[in-house]
Design a binder for this molecule. Structure first.
Ligand code: PCP
Length: 411
């Protein structure tokens, strides 16, 4: 593709996307790994190493994250002559910015030349997904028992839609709106109507009636009530139009009209209540984050969160050689700023008290290891839990985290 000339179609694809095979063959690696391999091969150097993947800095002050993407890392490295240990998909890991200690979420043991090129795609598979799952867990933590739906795939490259939806669900979201993402997760997608439906009809009542007439019964009748006029007016209009069939209303109030959104929602609730419709659920969406959810959660029944979670800060996990095995001997060789030696991570689950120690040290009593085998001699040995099981485990751990101060130390 010569620079400066008119942009021509890609010869072998439509979108600027790596194919599954290109990802699996590590063609999305950075060139300096290719150079490294050429040099090691020319020099006949083929060291056996231990590499640990860990996070040093969290974009959140409370010191915990949710690791996700482990399943895909297993599929990426499957077949390579490696032994890989990792935390469970959806495991909570701790980060202590004031200490040199870190919790490895993945540990790879093997000949460096056999996996050097895979560092890039491997990190890519957990950095973005874990960022989204960790944000989703915080958003759900703020929403408490109110439902939170993922509305965010329109804010990212469509190729990533299934990954985004999976990551939000692992983080605790109750469901997702993306059709392909939901299908791959074995879920029924959620969502009722965009403003476009009402704009096409030019009349809210006809649009709501048409929705009710045509949509299968199991789709809840949630009317969008902010298209042409005030939310209170449209909420009353929706109740008069659908009556008993009105399951809920959605407010996606444009920012320019939000003013004190809390008061607008209170007005709507009051007007519905005095008309005997206090059971009508209230959903809100549009630019929501933790603060907005904390502000509104006592008033509403559910939230649709998009950008706030799909564009969550990505985690900059690092993958670093921390030890070489030469003639069976541990050669400690960490770079500056890192600590050498293969590590174990142990947790007292009831209080998120974590201990990181050199793998040869005894297991502390009452503490449980967080790292376990993922791949043995290139074969995946991990029995992956279902998405629902992973989500439940994240929600139960986040519940504990709400009441304890996680602590990370080393011995
Ligand atoms: C979209 C959707 C949600 C928004 C996006 C979620 O709103 O209805 O409210 O994304 P966000 O958290 O990134 O804002 P619009 O595109 O305004 O409306 P429509 O529903 O008509 O698509």
């Amino acid at each position: 593709m010569s620079s400066g000339k008119e942009m021509r179609d890609l010869p072998d694809r439509t979108f600027w996307l790596a194919s599954e095979d290109e990802i699996r063959n590590a063609e999305t690696t950075d060139v300096y790994f290719v150079y490294t391999l050429q040099i090691l091969e020319k020099k006949g150097l083929d060291p056996k190493v231990i590499m640990e993947v860990y996070l040093r800095n969290l974009p959140y002050p409370d010191g915990w994250g949710v690791v996700s993407g482990i399943y895909e890392v297993a599929k990426l490295l499957e077949g390579l002559p490696l032994n890989v240990r990792a935390m469970e998909e959806g495991e909570i890991f701790l980060v202590s910015p004031n200490s040199i200690i870190y919790e490895p979420v993945i540990q790879i043991e093997g000949k460096y030349r056999d996996f050097a090129k895979y560092e890039n795609p491997m990190l890519g598979l957990i950095c973005m997904s874990s960022g989204i799952s960790s944000k989703a867990a915080r958003v759900k933590m703020c929403a408490g028992d109110k439902v939170v739906f993922s509305f965010g795939t329109r804010r990212s490259h469509p190729a990533l839609a299934p990954m985004i939806e999976r990551a939000t669900y692992i983080g605790g979201f109750d469901n997702v709106s993306n059709v392909l993402g939901a299908k791959m997760m074995g879920k029924k997608p959620v969502g009722t109507m965009p403003h476009a439906l009402i704009q096409c009809f030019g009349d809210q009542k006809i649009a709501w009636k048409s929705f009710d007439e045509i949509m299968p019964k199991e789709i809840p009748r949630i009317a969008l009530v902010d298209t042409f006029s005030d939310e209170k007016t449209e909420a009353i209009m929706a109740l008069e139009t659908l009556g008993e069939k009105l399951y809920g209303i959605r407010l996606d109030t444009p920012r320019s009209r939000r003013g004190n959104w809390r008061k607008i929602i209170e007005e709507v609730k009051w007007e519905l209540k005095i008309r005997g419709a206090e059971k009508v659920k209230i959903f809100v969406s549009g630019g929501l984050d933790e603060d907005a959810i904390l502000e509104l959660r006592d008033l509403v029944d559910g939230f649709g969160v998009g950008t706030g979670v799909s564009n969550a800060p990505t985690f900059d996990f690092s993958a670093k050689i921390i030890e070489l095995k030469i003639d069976g001997r541990d050669i400690f060789r960490a770079k500056r700023g890192d600590i050498a030696g293969k590590k174990e991570v142990y947790r007292a689950h009831d209080r998120f008290d974590d201990i990181v120690t050199f793998y040869k040290n005894p297991k502390p009593r009452g503490y449980y290891p967080l790292l376990s085998d993922l791949i043995k001699n290139g074969k995946i040995v991990r029995k992956f839990k279902s998405l629902d099981e992973i989500r439940e485990s994240v929600l139960s751990k986040v519940k504990i985290l709400k009441n304890v101060k996680p602590n990370l130390r080393w011995v």
